[in-house]
Write a protein that binds this ligand. Structure first.
Ligand code: CTP
Ligand code: MG
Length: 229
């Protein structure tokens, strides 16, 4: 099955506060985005990789793609102001033959091969899948004055990660619906949920962190030592 992966990589990494966008920071001597891209390059179920980036980073990424022999990467597309805009633009450049489209953050380098494969399989079967982990802590809803309003039932709470994988036709429809109705969300599954599709949860790993703050980068160096794909 022709499966594309979209890698949104157009963020500026404000919470990281580094002089360069966090996806280009080094992890064990290699830019974070390269670790992530290698996961997909090495997975035989993935046919093509579509990266969305800021235009100013095109040259740097093209150079890295050649240096690391990432042959599945297609011409880079321009990202937008928000992640959602970056994914929407990349989606319009996905190959016409694609049946499944995965979306995966450039800054989640520790995605295990087995979990990715399960996410792809489940999306083929149920139309949409989301890699997630069970909440370990009890989650509270707070009001504007930081008083607890309610407590969630932990046994039904999951923390969504990426990859999130969809039948292409569904993701395209979800993004069109979001655009026409000015819906904004922080993940792709939320947009798909808005068109009445119920994605299936795929149990992932707590290692699959999104590198967001300087602490995460320190932790990532530890994880990188023990990561075995
Ligand atoms: N992203 C994107 N386009 C944007 C914003 C984010 O493609 N306009 C990408 C990021 O590059 C990252 C992923 O979406 O791979 C997850 O976003 P996040 O962790 O929030 O990254 P940043 O937006 O770069 O970080 P921050 O929010 O701290 O500025
Ligand atoms: Mg952001």
């Amino acid at each position: 099955m022709f499966t594309s992966v979209i890698i949104p990589a157009a963020g500026f990494g404000e919470r990281m506060g580094a002089p360069v966008s966090k996806q280009f920071l080094s992890l064990r001597g290699k830019p974070i985005i390269i670790h992530t891209l290698e996961r997909f390059q090495q997975c035989s179920e993935i046919t093509e990789i579509v990266i969305a980036a800021q235009r100013s980073a095109f040259q740097q990424i093209e150079f890295l793609v050649r240096e690391f022999h990432l042959t599945k990467v297609r011409p880079i597309v321009e990202g937008g102001k928000r992640r959602q805009h970056s994914v929407a633009n990349a989606l319009s450049f996905v190959d016409a033959r694609a049946e499944l489209v995965a979306v995966h953050d450039a800054v989640r380098p520790f995605i295990h091969r087995k979990i990715l494969l399960t996410a792809i399989e489940k999306a083929a079967e149920y139309s949409a899948s989301v890699v997630a982990v069970r909440a370990k802590d009890t989650l509270k809803i707070g009001d504007e004055n930081s008083f607890i309003e309610s407590t969630l039932n932990r046994s039904s709470v999951w923390i969504a990660q990426t990859p999130q994988v969809f039948k292409k036709e569904i993701l395209v429809r979800a993004y069109e619906h979001a655009k026409n109705n000015s819906i904004e969300a922080t993940d792709d599954a939320s947009l798909v949920e808005q068109i009445g599709i119920q994605p299936v949860l795929v149990e992932g790993s707590y290692d699959n962190i999104k590198i967001t703050t300087p602490d995460d980068l320190e932790f990532a160096e530890v994880l990188a030592h023990r990561f075995e794909g």
